[in-house]
Design a protein around this ligand. Structure first.
Ligand SMILES: NC(=O)c1ccc[n+]([C@@H]2O[C@H](COP(=O)([O-])OP(=O)(O)OC[C@H]3O[C@@H](n4cnc5c(N)ncnc54)[C@H](O)[C@@H]3O)[C@@H](O)[C@H]2O)c1
Length: 668
């Protein structure tokens, strides 16, 4: 322990650590685009050397120049610490401030080898979701957090610790911004350039805000989406037996689909062209069966439908073939989607039909224009087959992967006469009106003892609180409450904890505040053995402005504004958050979204009790007020209800103009 503390408190070491061999046993980030000219490359090395005393520059300048040429970035591999990076008990981190120790726990979880996607490049998920840009930043941040007091705030610009600044006990201990740039400089090439220079980073959502909890978050969100998509078309609330869901992708996020479908109790067929991705999900138990022969697949699906057997099947092959084959065989999926990585269509995000996986990989680097042509042909074929199914009753939705956008760019038959897409996004039809507009979003917590037994206690407490609230919940949100009660009762059984002892569930402001208050009381009484961190995914009610995802169901023309997310993080910061962060990019891409998050430490104190009430209330109701102003009925309902509960809250409500009056204006 002493050695661990010593290494953290050392920050940048006095002696150069030995060079570390490139460890082939971990998953490494791909070589990044070589985007800098020589003058810029010199600037990148000069920038990197700022972290080190001059006596090291001679040796490090060459080493960093090599890293830049080889990997497209300067990660400073040599400075990766020798100790194991992982979430530990909060008291195992040297600290003067408990809030700071909690942040250290969360940072180390995001960089844990068993949690992070490319741990040595400090990437947690999504290919480029960075915690820091390099190991010097990690070391300095850890040192600052180990020494910070409750009268200081650490400021971090895209991984770079600017320093500790005097503040006060109710201020956040840490304020993070990631990838914030002047708006006209937000293309993906800008990101590559700034990141290679070492001056900006892509924080994704929960990577650069230190709030990642492994695959549990996406499994829960996908379960909620599939459940509600099924209910939307069947009107059924209970058994979803025999319902068939077809989609593609068994990758990082998309891999949650079969697991979520099974939790929801439906049959799923997920196509995947990459054998490694299939193997991983099968060995995890997230898919029940793997089928390679398309005829065997259709026979198996018919059989499962007849028996009402909720089996999850990975089809090793192209999704286009599934849609086409099922159309020929008269198998009509009840719901369908797509989760190939179409936010990145020309470099391996989408594999076209008719070309093998290997041939695609060759062609995309050898002849990019030809590859693009084939991808677009494939998208047109895919949409044609999907259209056949939807005319037979399949409910199809876009799953936040830019499927509709890229299909439209490929000239597929995907537009309606009025210029809108033929199909909705999952937020427009499902998540928005059912969850976000009522204030339901991905609330999460982490037990800082790192003990499973504490997580079990929190699960029980959360369940009791939700059951109590649901007894008087209005009809509009009863189902959301029941779904989450079911989820939390079975959460332990689903064994989704990887890394820190964390849990997610969807709750509204009332649920979040009541659960957090009950946790704080339980910590005070010793029923939970150590503090608990609260947070959320940025994919939420108020935290994210993203016109193609989180705010795609905003129809008053404001979906391309970002006031909500900016106001959110400012508001959280002065209402008691232990740390806040604001990011450019996340999910749908750099320049396409602004999103923010928070962490709040519950330590059983009165201060924590006061902060949680104020902060969580704003963190949800900011979005409710904005969504209500956009005339979303569900949010108007939630806004009125919240004002009845909270006399100090006064939300500006919209007056609704009569369609007949408006439609008569400006006639063509
Ligand atoms: N809706 C959400 O909440 C949400 C959340 C996260 C990610 N996303 C989006 O979903 C997409 C997928 O994310 P991911 O992390 O799983 O990406 P990923 O790249 O890890 O996985 C996509 C998988 O699709 C497979 N694939 C590509 N083309 C195929 C085809 N034609 N047929 C069959 N398989 C094919 C790839 O081999 C890959 O394994 C991304 O665009 C991402 O931005 C949405």
């Amino acid at each position: 322990m002493k050695e661990y503390n010593k290494q953290i408190l050392e920050g940048i070491p006095d002696e150069l650590p030995d060079i570390k061999p490139y460890d082939e046993s971990v998953n490494h980030a791909p070589k990044r685009k070589d985007i800098l000219n020589n003058a810029e490359k010199r600037l990148a090395v000069r920038n990197a050397l700022r972290y080190f005393p001059e006596k090291f520059h001679g040796e490090l300048a060459h080493e960093f120049a090599d890293e830049l040429l080889k990997y497209g970035r300067i990660y400073m591999y040599r400075f990766r610490p020798d100790y194991e990076i992982k979430a530990r008990h909060i008291d195992d981190f040297p600290h003067k401030s408990k809030q700071a120790a909690a942040i250290m726990l969360m940072i180390n979880n995001n960089l844990d080898n068993s949690v992070a996607q490319h741990p040595h490049e400090l990437i947690t998920y999504g290919g480029n979701g960075a915690v820091f840009q390099n190991w010097a930043q990690y070391r300095l941040v850890m040192k600052y957090l180990a020494t910070i007091t409750d009268k200081q705030t650490l400021v971090v610009y895209s991984g770079h610790p600017l320093g500790l600044f005097p503040s006060h006990k109710d201020a956040p201990r840490l304020v993070v911004s990631n990838g914030m740039v002047i708006p006209n400089y937000s293309s993906s090439d800008d990101w590559d350039r700034f990141n290679a220079l070492g001056v900006s980073q892509y924080g994704q959502m929960t990577a650069g805000s230190y709030m990642y909890i492994g695959p549990q978050g996406i499994v829960h969100g996908t379960t909620i989406t599939i459940l509600n998509a099924c209910r939307r078309i069947t009107g059924k609330k209970e058994s979803l037996k025999g319902i068939l869901f077809v989609s593609s992708g068994l990758g990082g996020m998309s891999g949650a689909q079969p697991k979520a479908a099974s939790i929801a109790g439906v049959i799923s067929v997920i196509a995947e062209v990459n054998p490694k991705a299939i193997k991983k999900r099968f060995s995890q138990g997230w898919v029940d069966e793997v089928i390679e022969d398309i005829d065997k697949l259709s026979a198996r699906v018919k059989n499962a439908k007849d028996k009402g057997e909720p089996v999850s099947i990975a089809y090793y092959g192209n999704i286009v073939d599934v849609w086409e084959n099922f159309a020929e065989k008269n198998i009509t999926p009840d719901i369908g989607s797509d989760q190939t990585s179409l936010h990145n269509p020309w470099s391996g995000g989408y594999y076209p039909a008719g070309l093998s996986f290997e041939d695609s990989n060759r062609l995309m680097s050898k002849d990019p224009p030809e590859f693009k042509k084939i991808v677009q042909q494939s998208l047109r074929r895919q949409v044609k087959a999907i259209n056949r199914h939807t005319s037979n009753g399949t409910y199809f939705f876009d799953y936040g992967n830019a499927f509709l956008l890229e299909a439209s760019r490929a000239g597929a038959d995907i537009m309606k006469a009025d210029g809108r897409f033929r199909y909705p996004s999952y937020v427009q039809d499902i998540m928005g009106p059912i969850c976000f507009d009522y204030g339901f979003g991905p609330f999460r917590w982490v037990c800082c003892s790192n003990k499973p037994v504490d997580l079990e206690v929190t699960d029980r407490i959360a369940c009791q609180v939700l059951e109590k609230i649901s007894a008087h919940s209005p009809e509009q949100i009863k189902q959301q409450m029941l779904d989450n009660i079911k989820w939390i009762k079975e959460a332990g059984k689903n064994k989704l904890v990887v890394g820190s002892q964390a849990r997610i569930l969807y709750a509204d402001a009332e649920g979040r505040i009541e659960i957090a208050t009950a946790f704080n009381d339980a910590i005070r009484k010793g029923h939970i053995s150590a503090p608990v961190v609260l947070g959320r995914d940025h994919h939420d009610v108020s935290g994210t402005d993203s016109p193609f995802r989180e705010t795609s169901n905003i129809y008053d023309g404001s979906s391309f504004t970002a006031d909500m997310s900016i106001q959110n993080v400012i508001g959280d910061s002065f209402r008691g958050a232990s740390w806040v962060s604001i990011h450019n990019g996340g999910g749908v891409g750099w320049g396409e979204v602004i999103n923010g998050g928070f962490g709040l430490l519950l330590d059983g104190s009165d201060d924590a009790g006061r902060r949680l009430k104020m902060m969580l209330h704003w963190d949800v109701n900011n979005g409710i007020a904005r969504r209500s102003w956009a005339r979303n009925d569900e949010a108007r309902f939630a806004a009125v209800r919240e004002m009845e509960r909270t006399p100090e809250l006064k939300i500006t409500l919209p007056h609704i103009a009569d369609d007949n009056l408006i439609n008569g204006l400006f006639s063509d």
